[in-house]
Ligand binder design. Structure first.
Ligand code: GLN
Length: 460
């Protein structure tokens, strides 16, 4: 029987020891200890809160009042927000403490955590008999590595095109991207506002349910947050999925699919069948265009969101001698943004420019609508979709760094649910022959996180 303070102290020690994973950008022991002391008092007075004494890691994309928030970019590496994101506010009010701010791909753009200005994160996993350092995935790579290495019991992540689900798959943990609008985006540094959604990353479906219950809810400060009740997901959890219809979308069986992914998928299908669910073949005909549409829409929104980093209001300012205001903007942005962020800004401004807007941006929006309709039609026939989460297991650091297209291909299975705003979760389902974890993805109807969680429980 430990006090919350002892628990916090032991996690803080582990965190210091695990420095080599580079999972944290900033450690915040004072916050964790302060919350732990409160939890101990609450327990003494019999007034425990839902997350009393739980020391969390917070992705460094969430603004935390009085604690440096960097988005893993040099352009705001000295930014100390004077306000709290709604999600961290809710977590802390529910009693959770913050051990530190977790590393990520710069502005959440990436799939390997290698675009961080604070260095890549190293996965705690290794292939059997091979000490090559592996990526934990991205962009929530620090969150995934810290949870997988048990530096924290759970962490927050954000997911724009797969950044919770892909790193969860690479590190053998559970990660849930809720329905778009379930969680407030207030105080979460924006990447692509029509896609960004925060969610929990943890060791079990149950922990994800408990965390999401605290994180979710309408927020008048985010006009896209949905004004619906937050269910008691944790209490209503049930692995009884007898009679549920599980859709298997045939378009996800992509050419050249790795045999280990194919057999993992089959294993998931068999587990569902054994649990009494009905397996149904469905079609999502526009799937093949999802990745291209995402890599137009996300950069377009990013180019607009990132226009605010101009050296006037945030971050470090570069003032070239004899230069004018435009020179100051250019020098500041050239020095402050990393290569991948610059690539996204250039793609984004290009597809939004007068001559190309119809050919790229509008077309991508049309594809997005078709993809959303594909899902609607599929959900007439089934309750949940089961798909792979990633096309491969975790790859070696550096392996895809020079090849953006290869990096973007990581997201083939996660991006469609993002474009349609649907809840989706990765659950670890096994290890491959090299001993690396692999996850499967469950996709649900809008606001039906409960079915996603329940089906996830049946896969655990
Ligand atoms: N890997 C995708 C990208 O780079 C997804 C990132 C995310 O979900 N934040 O855009």
């Amino acid at each position: 029987d430990f006090s919350a303070k002892e628990v916090a102290e032991s996690f803080l020690t582990a965190t210091n020891e695990a420095e080599k994973l580079n999972a944290f950008i900033t450690l915040t022991p004072d916050h964790a200890l302060k919350q732990a002391e409160k939890a101990d008092k609450d327990r003494a007075s019999g007034q425990l809160k839902p997350l009393s004494g739980v020391p969390l890691g917070i992705k460094d994309l969430f603004c935390t009042n009085g604690y440096r928030t960097t988005a893993a970019s040099k352009i705001i590496d000295n930014f100390v927000p004077p306000y709290e994101s709604t999600i961290t506010e809710k977590l802390f009010s529910a009693g959770a403490g913050m051990v530190g701010k977790l590393n990520l791909d710069q502005f959440a753009m990436g799939s390997s955590n290698e675009t961080s200005a604070f260095g890549n994160v190293i996965s705690p996993w290794r292939q059997k008999g091979d000490d090559t350092a592996l990526t934990p995935g991205g962009s929530s790579g620090g969150s995934a590595a810290a949870v997988a290495a048990k530096l924290v019991p759970a962490a927050t992540g954000t997911d724009t095109g797969g950044s919770i689900r892909q790193p969860a798959s690479f590190t053998g943990i559970t990660g849930l991207k809720p329905t778009y609008g379930r969680c407030s985006r207030y105080g979460v540094i924006a990447f692509a506002s029509s896609l960004d959604q925060a969610g929990p990353m943890a060791h079990s479906v149950k922990d994800c349910a408990a965390l999401l219950e605290v994180m979710a809810g309408f927020d008048p400060k985010d006009s896209t947050s949905v004004d619906v009740m937050v269910p008691n997901w944790e209490k209503l959890l049930s692995s009884d999925i007898r009679g549920k219809k599980i859709g298997i979308p045939k378009e996800y069986r992509v050419d050249g699919m790795a045999p280990e992914i194919e057999s993992l998928w089959q294993r998931g299908i068999d587990m569902m069948k054994d649990a009494g669910a009905e397996i149904i073949d469905v079609s999502l005909p526009h799937t093949q265009h999802a990745l291209a549409a995402y890599y137009i829409i996300a950069p377009a929104e990013a180019s607009s969101n990132l226009a605010r980093y101009d050296g006037v209001r945030y971050g470090e300012r570069k003032t070239p001698e004899g230069g004018n205001l435009a020179d100051m903007y250019a020098a500041t942005r050239a020095a402050g943004f990393g290569d991948e962020v610059k690539r996204r800004i250039m793609i984004g401004t290009y597809v939004l420019s007068a001559g190309f807007y119809d050919a790229y941006y509008i077309k991508a929006q049309k594809i997005r609508a078709l993809i959303a309709r594909d899902f609607e039609a599929a959900f007439d026939k089934c309750d949940i979709l089961l798909t792979p989460a990633t096309p491969t297991a975790a790859f070696a650091l550096g392996q895809k760094q020079e090849d953006p297209i290869a990096m973007y291909l990581n997201d083939v299975f996660t991006v469609p649910a993002s474009l349609a705003g649907l809840p989706a979760m990765t659950v670890p389902v096994g290890l491959n022959e090299q001993g690396l974890p692999l996850g499967l993805q469950l996709i649900g109807k809008p606001l039906d996180e409960q079915s996603v969680l329940n089906a996830g429980l049946a896969l655990e």
